[in-house]
Design a binder for this molecule. Structure first.
Ligand code: PMP
Length: 395
């Protein structure tokens, strides 16, 4: 008898077989084989983490802080997070019990979903959106229910769209404003209309506010500030975007104690704790990083203003994004679909963008262009895209 009979068993779980790999990857694999590519593809800052933050982390290692921290994260870091969230976004969370330090916002999303979703529960995902939400819901046994926001509504979620998607099985809704990939933001009043429905239908909310600092026109209004929403919201955030710390893999969540302690239970078995040296850097980022954040925000705002106007001038209509670092122009005037447009643009002009359909409903005739890259690169990208559009005759 040989061991090959083991192969008759299905090796992979049903849930992992149901999800598709991220659609973003294919373009980067293609781009990495080409020379002279300008990438508007990646969703991460082009800034290096400010020196004082790197130095604080190096110093912590020199002092020998190389062991695990508390499962929920260093108390000092949680205290800083609590202070920061209060001062910056007017939301109050106790460092002990209501704040959890995670391995990126990514882990926060996964923990939040796993802590609240039972098999068959529906979770509304407001799309176009960050690519992880729907697969994470599926992996947890839930059913992602997409709502496609629309360009004519500035990619905001409307109350009527939400009300239509809610069923007796709806458990939660995932919101992300400022949004990846559209850059859309929502005002206090618009969020309050959503909050009314959340209360009426007894839902929970995962509010991914990782781009909160990158709000260029209006101050960010944090969802748990809406009346009645503190107790229903898991607020997800992190250091990757505003503090230019993507590679540090550090995020945090804030929420009511019962949900946070459930999330902590999963986190302590799956992660133990987030990286100790990253946590030491993050303390410095929160204590002394606000000026650097403002400097980067000023630069992103300038790039946004340039890019959206330039798209207009070369004939690509683009919604004006209030936050994050993405523009989401409409490529329907070219008659191509988003995948064709992105692939041909890369092959013919060596500009990498992401086709909007990978972000779900509502993204089909758009491309995501990240402006977390230098103004010089943006100018060259626009020249090349202009030439591309000339050749492909906009009608
Ligand atoms: N949420 C959104 C909306 C994002 O765009 C990203 C990163 N692209 C994340 C979460 C994940 O961030 P992190 O690096 O903190 O895991």
């Amino acid at each position: 008898m040989t061991f090959s009979s083991v192969k008759n068993k299905q090796r992979l779980s049903d849930s992992v077989q149901r999800i598709k790999p991220s659609g973003i990857r294919r373009f980067f694999d293609l781009a990495s084989t080409m020379d002279n590519v300008i990438s508007l593809g990646v969703g991460e800052p082009d800034f290096v983490t400010p020196w004082n933050v790197r130095e604080a982390s190096i110093n912590s290692m020199e002092r020998g802080h190389t062991a695990y921290t508390a499962n929920a994260g260093l108390l000092e870091l949680r205290q800083e997070i609590s202070k920061y969230m209060k001062q910056r976004f007017q939301v109050s969370y106790q460092p002990e019990g209501e704040v959890l330090v995670t391995v990126g916002a990514s882990e926060g999303i996964d923990l939040a979903v796993r802590a609240i979703v039972n098999p068959g529960d529906e979770v509304i995902v407001v799309e176009p959106s960050f690519v992880s939400y729907a697969p994470i819901v599926s992996l947890a046994g839930g059913v992602p229910v997409p709502i496609g926001t629309k360009k004519e509504n500035d990619f905001k979620l409307t109350p009527s769209q939400l009300e239509e998607a809610i069923t007796a099985r709806t458990k939660a809704i995932i919101l992300c404003f400022p949004n990846n990939p559209t850059g859309a933001t929502m005002t206090e009043n618009e969020l309050k209309e959503i909050a009314y429905l959340v209360e009426k239908h007894d839902l929970l909310v995962l509010s991914d506010e990782i781009y909160a600092e990158l709000s260029y026109d209006e101050p960010h209004y944090s969802f748990p500030r809406c009346e009645g929403m503190w107790d229903r919201t898991i607020l997800i955030s992190g250091f990757s975007k505003a503090f230019a710390m993507t590679g540090w893999r550090l995020g945090f969540i804030c929420g009511p104690e019962d949900i946070v302690s459930a999330m902590l239970k999963i986190h302590q078995y799956t992660m133990m704790c987030a990286s100790t040296l990253a946590q030491h850097g993050a303390i410095e980022a929160l204590q002394n990083g606000q000026e650097d954040v403002s400097r980067m925000v000023t630069s992103y705002r300038q790039r946004r203003n340039y890019l959206v106007k330039a798209f207009d001038e070369i004939g690509l209509p683009c919604h004006f994004p209030g936050g994050a670092f993405y523009a989401f122009p409409d490529i329907s005037p070219t008659g191509m679909n988003a995948e064709e447009f992105a692939e041909q643009l890369l092959v013919e002009e060596q500009v990498a963008v992401v086709p909007g359909d990978v972000f779900g409903e509502g993204g089909e005739t758009h491309i995501r262009c990240s402006y977390a890259t230098s103004l010089d690169s943006l100018r060259t990208a626009i020249e090349r895209m202009g030439a591309f559009l000339e050749r492909h005759k906009i009608n």
